[in-house]
Design a binder for this molecule. Structure first.
Ligand code: NAP
Length: 283
């Protein structure tokens, strides 16, 4: 058996086209401000990609580049100004921050209604209790890919590999809200392979290159591979041994070209959703 490929690039393109049409129909341009402190090279690339993708769909994207020695009070003050600015619908502070700044305090300073990363405790709490919220972008992308793959979630056994606050935990909450029977595994889990063999849906988010093997997979299972790992030879691989697993699974995402492209598309979607909510247009 060869699994159906869940093409995240294609799904993300369709989502971006839908968002662009949506934005074009609005009487205003949603505003997204990305704050970057310092010039970490990976962050510079991410931020540039976010800015470009936002501009392409008609979002008014602004990148605020602040020096690496920006003080925490200065950053908090800037966030306060953006919170009060009616033209700003989404605020995102690029992580990691320099060591002298407490990321928790920064995230909590963002108006939850503008928290398009979905990391503010208000949104985290709402997601955890199954309520409407701004949902973190990668887990949102995972759920969109499952929907695209027509995965039957209600009643299914779902295994989430990884319990980070940005991927694993919110994904658990979203799967529960969609009526899956959810197991969450982590580095202390015993018999990971056994857990995996029981799962109808496997979400891998560990950062462990190709840890999940073909003989761990229940025939016909749906696999969403969030992991992005670089092999010493430069190859990008996921947390799932793709060549093996695709012979057993029913549907599987590739790496690259699976969850990755969905994350930025979901950020754009969150920005438009935040704008509609704040400005009172829910249609
Ligand atoms: P993280 O914060 O490092 O968390 C990794 C999680 O995996 C932890 O819960 C850890 O367990 C668990 N884990 C590690 N090794 C394990 C093992 N051998 N067996 C079982 N569980 C294990 O990572 P993250 O930020 O969630 O990211 C996970 C992966 O997704 C990374 O490869 C990252 O690059 C990728 N990612 C991709 C996107 C995207 O847009 N596609 C976005 C975000 C992240 P403990 O809690 O016990 O330590």
């Amino acid at each position: 058996m060869t699994a159906r490929l869940i093409d995240g690039k294609h799904v993300a393109e369709a989502l971006r086209a839908r968002i662009a049409a949506d934005v074009a129909s609005l009487p205003y341009r949603p505003g997204l401000t990305v704050i970057m402190v310092g010039d970490d090279p990976a962050s510079v690339t991410y931020v540039r990609n976010k800015d470009k993708a936002a501009t392409q769909v008609g979002i008014d994207a602004v990148t605020l580049q602040m020096p690496a020695d920006t003080s925490q009070p200065a950053l908090l003050e800037r966030i306060g100004t953006l919170n009060a600015d009616p033209a700003v619908d989404g605020i995102l502070v690029q992580m990691p921050l320099p060591a002298h700044i407490d990321p928790g305090m920064i995230v909590e300073a963002i108006d939850p209604a503008k928290d398009v990363d979905g990391f503010h405790p208000f949104n985290v709490g709402r997601v955890a209790s199954g309520r409407d919220a701004l949902v973190p972008c990668t887990p949102l992308g995972v759920m969109r890919l499952l929907a695209h793959a027509d995965a039957a979630i209600a009643g299914a056994r779902a295994l989430v590999l990884g319990r980070s606050s940005i991927v694993g935990r919110p994904t658990v909450a979203l799967l529960l809200a969609a009526d899956a029977t959810v197991t969450v595994a982590h580095s202390r889990t015993r018999a990971l392979a056994e857990e995996c063999r029981r799962a109808d849906i496997v979400i891998a988010a560990m950062g462990q290159p190709e840890l999940v093997r073909g003989d761990w997979i229940k025939p016909g299972a749906t696999i969403i591979d969030v992991g992005i790992n670089r092999r010493p030879d430069g190859r990008l691989v996921g947390d799932v041994a793709f060549a093996e697993c695709k012979e057993v699974a029913g549907a599987i995402t590739p790496v690259p070209g699976g969850v990755g492209p969905m994350t930025i598309a979901c950020l754009l979607d969150n920005t438009v959703a935040a704008a509609r909510r704040r400005r009172g247009l829910t249609g």
